[in-house]
Design a protein around this ligand. Structure first.
Ligand code: BGC
Length: 740
């Protein structure tokens, strides 16, 4: 067994690590090197003959989608004991928001604005996955998207590059820990590099056209943050980016990632994205696709086999440089050493805590609690009072569905472990409050009203209604985009019918995206947006509804009133004709034959105005937070200096609560136009009733840098505005100047 040699070497010492990799490289033939660059799909609980043979002959560097522990250990055994060089396998799996203990979907986790809980969630996911022999996950997904039609918005961390970067780094640290070789650490993957989140029309896999300046100022930023956080791997995107598919895009993979950022980890393609370059019409056949991908800088091919089939030839023909291949293989082997796989390729279940253990469930519950966003709460409908109610109606197709609450990308989680809202409310209120449950509709897409009568009866028999609606989990995620993002089926009709009862309605929405709620927002008293909250969604939501916890989530993405407003996001440019309340004219108010120039002449929709239903950063609480006295520590600063911007936060409410305080900045004039606002900082602050606290942010002039017309990262002297508040529309502002 070859790997014995490396047993006592120090993988934490750079020289010794490089020495081991070089020694191994010196023994490898080209076919074995290409093998390391190839990832094959596992059998799912057994070892297919072709896979065993390929591993044995050194043609496989990585397997994905095998989580049966005995099978994983057997695959490792074949690699280590039966292949010529005994190189262990990377075993990849999509652990996107939990393994067995399912956390809220990533978009929900982003609504927590809490890097600590995001990191803890990733850690428990890593520990659970590692106990099944997984040593590499394809997360976090850090595509910036401003299109709720796109199903993969569910997997994203929202619309803002700063928030996405902070939370993406937190997730990466949770997966990777402080040491990749530590028990329970797995390699993370920054995906999908890059531009995938702008798929035209929100239709998955669609074309992305993004000017370079926007690429650098928006889409690439979180990826750079993850490079700085030592993310182990990158994944190329499926999309065509400005005419060149990402998997063959040397500007992305070589110029930006390697030359500018100096990234040393490796890049894996997305699933068959190399052969798909021929479908895009970028390459003529598999051989050409392999050539473009390898020369662009894709180190490992996922699922398809163009590298195995063609690279040897391409090297022989001189079209691919052997040294280039060597650099790629070095990156892959380096990660295997760092993961400690040469020391111990096997997984022993005894070294791990139980799946779904109490501590993991508590983290999942905290993540779900912090991710719920209270969108509205008229007349303080929430929290409900256990002592003040005799009965509550729990209605809706998602109120008692352990499967749907888990959300998209749940390969390993199981509905049987979920606690639903209905069950959680029943156990919370006990015999003090009668729970009248009714599904109302068979499912979220149901288009008949047969269940309405029962639901209305339940409502009449109750003091308050908790109505749980939304989307089934399949309606978001990969390839699951929607053009109409209203509540599906006859759910709106159910809301209208229940509103007739006159009972106070709390609408809880579980969904993988922002839904358009304009049609029903006035029909309900309060709305708690729960995303798909995962295994512990029920208890988290019950605690929020009954006031054991105060909602503290904030929207990581703008909520449009109607789908035609998309893309609508807070950090847009100003335009030459920005709209205002005065200039924005409602279509219904326009007289017949109105003259062209009488219509405001500003950038708005006649039928939707220019504001969203809820802005980015919005989220209410049971506390009452007020912001006063914004100040800057100086009125002007020189390049290279910092400024403090502070505000007093007061909780005038009657209970302790946590608020996410947000700092936004605008650079008034730029060499390229700058967004009207950009998030530059945020902090969770917990205040007791009546408590007042000064909250201060320090901004360095480097934090104000952006890519200019020459694609140089610069901070330009000039005027800046700064806002601090509870959402991106907060009014309290100050100004400062930056000079040379
Ligand atoms: C997805 C990736 C995922 C991969 C492996 C692809 O279809 O786009 O995000 O990691 O499959 O399952």
């Amino acid at each position: 067994m070859h790997s014995i040699k490396f047993l006592h070497q120090d993988i934490h010492d750079q020289d010794s690590l490089q020495g081991m990799v070089s020694e191994l490289m010196s023994q490898m033939g080209l076919d074995e090197k290409i093998g390391q660059m190839s990832q094959l799909c596992g059998g799912g609980g057994w070892v297919p003959d072709h896979l065993a043979a390929a591993i044995r002959s050194g043609q496989v560097g990585s397997v994905l989608n095998e989580v049966d522990l005995d099978t994983v250990n057997e695959l490792q055994r074949i690699a280590v004991e039966e292949s010529r060089l005994g190189i262990p396998l990377l075993n990849g799996r999509d652990v996107i928001h939990g393994f067995k203990t399912i956390l809220p979907i990533p978009l929900g986790q982003a609504a927590s604005w809490d890097p600590v809980i995001v990191s803890e969630g990733a850690r428990i996911s890593a520990v659970e996955a590692a106990s099944s022999g997984v040593n590499w996950t394809f997360a976090p997904m850090i595509d910036i998207t401003r299109d709720p039609r796109w199903g993969r918005i569910a997997e994203s961390l929202g619309e803002d590059p700063y928030l996405c970067g902070v939370l993406g780094v937190a997730m990466t640290k949770g997966f990777q820990g402080t040491d990749l070789a530590e028990n329970g650490s797995i390699a993370a993957c920054a995906k999908h590099f890059a531009g995938y989140g702008t798929a035209e029309g929100g239709r998955d896999y669609n074309t992305a056209n993004i000017p370079e300046n926007e690429m650098r100022n928006v889409h690439l930023r979180p990826f750079k943050d993850l490079v700085d956080a030592n993310v182990a791997t990158f994944m190329s995107a499926f999309c065509d980016l400005n005419g060149v598919p990402a998997s063959g895009n040397s500007w992305l993979m070589d110029q930006v990632l390697r030359q500018e950022w100096g990234y040393e980890g490796f890049v894996v393609s997305d699933w068959e994205s190399i052969i798909e370059m021929s479908v895009h019409g970028f390459t003529g056949d598999d051989e050409e696709a392999a050539l473009e991908a390898v020369n662009a800088g894709i180190d490992m091919e996922m699922a398809s086999s163009t590298y195995r089939d063609h690279l040897e030839n391409l090297v022989a023909e001189g079209k691919v440089d052997l040294e280039h291949i060597d650099r790629m293989v070095v990156r892959i082997l380096t990660l295997k050493f760092k993961l400690g796989l040469f020391r111990d390729p096997y997984t022993d279940i005894e070294n791990f805590p139980d799946l779904l253990n109490e501590a993991h469930l508590q983290i999942a519950k905290e993540a779900a609690t912090k991710s719920c966003v209270l969108l509205k709460n008229d007349n303080k409908t929430l929290p409900l009072s256990i002592s003040g109610l005799d009965s509550v109606a729990v209605i809706g197709p998602l109120a008692d569905d352990g499967y749907e609450q888990l959300g998209t990308w749940v390969f390993d989680g199981e509905a049987e472990h979920s606690i639903t809202i209905k069950n959680a409310i029943e156990s919370l209120v006990g015999s003090n409050v009668t729970v009248n449950y009714s599904r109302g509709l068979d499912g979220t897409r149901c288009k008949h009203h047969e269940g309405f009568g029962h639901a209305i009866d339940a409502a009449y028999q109750s003091d308050a209604i908790v109505l749980v609606l939304g989307e089934e989990s399949f309606m978001s995620g990969e390839a699951h985009s929607r053009a109409n993002i209203d509540l599906p089926g006859h759910q709106e009709a159910l809301i209208h019918a229940l509103a007739e009862t006159g009972k106070p309605i709390t609408l809880v929405i579980m969904a993988g995206r922002p839904l358009t709620l304009e049609n029903i927002v006035d029909k309900v008293d309060s709305i708690l947006y729960a995303w798909h909250p995962g295994t512990m969604g029920g208890p988290a939501i019950a605690d929020l509804l009954f006031g054991l916890e105060s909602p503290s989530g904030k929207l990581p993405v703008t909520f449009p009133k109607m789908v035609g407003q998309v893309p609508i996001y807070y950090s847009h440019k100003n335009t030459g004709r920005p709209p205002s309340a005065e200039s924005c004219i409602q279509m219904d108010d326009v007289p017949a034959r109105a003259a062209q120039t009488s219509l405001g002449m500003a950038s708005f929709h006649l039928d939707a105005g220019y504001t969203p239903l809820y802005p980015f950063g919005h989220g209410l609480s049971y506390g009452e937070f007020h912001y006063v006295k914004i100040t800057t520590s100086k009125s002007n600063i020189s390049l290279g200096q910092s400024i403090d911007i502070a505000v007093d936060l007061i909780n005038t409410g009657e209970r302790q609560a946590e608020e996410v305080v947000q700092l936004y900045v605008r650079d008034l004039v730029g060499n390229v136009t700058r967004p009207v606002k950009e998030l530059k900082g945020f902090r969770r602050v917990k205040l007791n009733p009546g408590q007042r606290e000064r909250v201060s942010f320090s901004i360095h002039t480097d934090d104000l840098a952006f890519y200019n017309r020459d694609m140089k990262l610069v901070t330009e002297p000039g005027q800046f505005h700064a806002w601090i508040g509870g959402n991106s529309d907060a009014p309290l502002w100050a100004e400062f100047e930056v000079h040379e």
